[in-house]
Design a protein. Structure first.
Length: 552
């Protein structure tokens, strides 16, 4: 349970802190201004990395084993501090490298996280001597830290590819019984998901160098910690786990050197720039890179017990294929051609011509809101027992939402989302692990499959129909939706013992369906959703009152 608590605490801290640091950025001029090599058109706050750092590192400080995490925390403080100074006033590449080398030296010399073996690439039993292991480890850590940093060129890109890697790192750690790896992975995943809520296209804040360098540093050091010599995994797995940003950085730097330029000179020749020159839109380019990174991570999963030579061969082969594709696309001027966009579907056209479209949309919207409210009510009633701390959280959230609703605050919608996003996963999980006793007459229907399952099916149907038929610019799918769906598919592999894998998959899909419906309701609505707010407040109050009265 501590891993789940770590993930949710990290997520909550990041979600809450991002708006604060975004406001701070404009006051201290920590903004990223557009120029000819950047894709954003207006100055953007670049302090999101500070929120991620607090969100990821605070749970480790509170719940982690001090001796194990102390080197990581110290090194991350150096990385984040130097990155923030760079975001604020700008540092030369020498100063940045100096800070990165210092942070790498801390985890190598103080934390003992070092490359001591190359597996079967060296004769059996050979370990690297310290004079070679230490500098090699520092070079690799600094290199990958900068690779993730340089990959941070589109909204949601660096965070997305990193969270894909950490999902598998957490799985590997769980299977190996390594609580340290699972704890760090849970903290980082929670922080990234919390940040991506604001960073997927169109982003309202950037992570800056403080955030991208932190993600790169943690990704490579956790990978090296997982694949140390006394575990079952190959030391070459990081080549696949972090393959895309490594390949991107190597190809860009080699191209610069070949053309007689400094390898550190900025340009628009990264893979995401090339994808957009091919004609892909911003979201499409990010999603394409997510898919490539996912392919590399799945290869790492499939080859986790294979020979080191086979892993190296796959890494080189995938890298060669990706590089060849971009070379040929540039050589022959490939560009994506599109059909006309925004054409109404046949059913939508028929309804519009019959003057029924508006009425159908109103009915669907009403059904979706009723369906959403019923699910929230059923979820609360399906629990056998409400924990005291959760009841306190529910009462606090309901009070905040109610006050903001009555005062007309501009923060109302944010806290309305928070009041659903935070409690719902725990309610659904607890309702499945310890459902209410069917003998209790007033809650008997809550556990009935004929009632519970169809509610979620109808919720999905109403949401999709509404999006299909509406002509408004409301809810827009983002690459974050892909990450959430992928997490739900992978979740059964790391399910707790008390739940079967299929049951966890069902729970994950239900949680995603409710989150998706909430976003559709909020984005498609032209009102402040006061009735929805009252429903959420009522459900949270019911959870708190059930605990106060001791009722089940």
């Amino acid at each position: 349970m501590v891993f789940l608590n770590t993930l949710f605490l990290s997520l909550f801290i990041t979600v809450v802190l991002v708006p604060f640091f975004r406001s701070l950025a404009y006051k201290i001029n920590a903004v990223d201004k557009p120029d000819e090599r950047k894709v954003h058109a207006r100055p953007m706050a670049r302090t999101g990395g500070l929120a991620m750092a607090v969100g990821a590192l605070l749970p480790l400080f509170l719940w982690g084993q001090a001796e194990v995490f102390r080197p990581w925390l110290l090194a991350c403080a150096i990385i984040v501090g130097a990155g923030f100074v760079d975001d604020l006033i700008g540092l030369g590449h020498r100063a940045k490298f100096g800070a990165q080398i210092l942070a790498a030296a801390v985890v190598v010399l103080y934390g003992g996280i070092a490359i001591t073996s190359l597996g079967a690439l060296l004769p059996d039993g050979w370990l690297l001597p310290a004079w070679l292991s230490i500098p090699l480890s520092i070079v690799v850590i600094v290199g990958v830290t900068n690779a993730i940093n340089l990959a941070d060129g589109l909204d949601g890109l660096a965070g997305g590819i990193t969270v894909i890697s950490f999902l598998l790192l957490g799985y590997f750690g769980l299977r190996a019984g390594d609580a340290v790896v699972v704890m760090v992975a849970a903290a980082v995943i929670g922080a990234i998901f919390g940040f991506l809520r604001y960073n997927t296209y169109p982003a309202t804040i950037f992570m800056g160098d403080a955030g991208s360098q932190l993600l790169g540093f943690l990704a490579i050091t956790v990978s090296l910690y997982l694949t140390r010599t006394d575990v079952i995994y190959s030391p070459l797995l990081p080549l696949l786990l972090l393959g895309f940003p490594i390949l991107d950085t190597l190809t860009v730097m080699l191209a610069r050197i070949y053309n007689g330029r400094s390898p550190f000179a900025a340009d628009k020749n990264h893979f995401h720039h090339k994808l957009m020159r091919l004609g892909l839109a911003h979201r499409e380019a990010v999603l394409a890179i997510y898919l490539v990174q996912l392919g590399l991570v799945l290869a790492a999963y499939r080859l986790r017990f294979s020979s080191d030579w086979l892993i190296l061969g796959w890494a080189l082969g995938i890298g060669a294929a990706v590089s060849l594709f971009f070379y040929l696309s540039s050589r022959f001027g490939w560009r994506l051609t599109r059909k006309a966009e925004n054409l109404p579907g046949n059913f939508q056209k028929i309804l519009a011509e019959a003057h029924l479209l508006t009425r159908v949309l109103k009915v669907l919207f009403l059904l979706l809101r009723i369906n959403f409210s019923l699910i929230l009510l059923v979820v609360v009633l399906s629990m056998a027992e409400i924990p005291g701390w959760f009841a306190g959280l529910a009462l606090a959230l309901s009070g905040v939402v109610l006050v903001l609703m009555l005062t007309g605050s501009r923060h109302y919608e944010f806290f309305l989302r928070t009041a659903v996003y935070l409690p719902l996963p725990l309610l659904v999980y607890w309702g499945a692990v310890a459902p209410a006793d069917g003998r209790i007459s007033w809650c008997r229907c809550c556990g009935a499959g004929w009632f519970y399952g169809p509610l979620y099916v109808s919720l999905i149907i109403f949401s999709l129909l509404l999006l299909k038929l509406t002509r408004r610019d409301g809810y827009q799918s983002t690459p974050l939706d892909f990450l959430i769906l992928m997490t739900a598919i992978l979740l059964p592999s790391v399910a707790p013992a008390e739940l079967a894998g299929g049951q966890v998959k069902t729970l994950a899909i239900r949680i995603i369906a409710v989150f998706f419906a909430l976003e559709v309701i909020l984005e498609e609505s032209r009102t402040r959703n006061l009735d929805l707010g009252l429903t959420v407040v009522g459900v949270l109050l019911l959870a708190g009152l059930r605990w106060l009265t001791g009722a089940v």
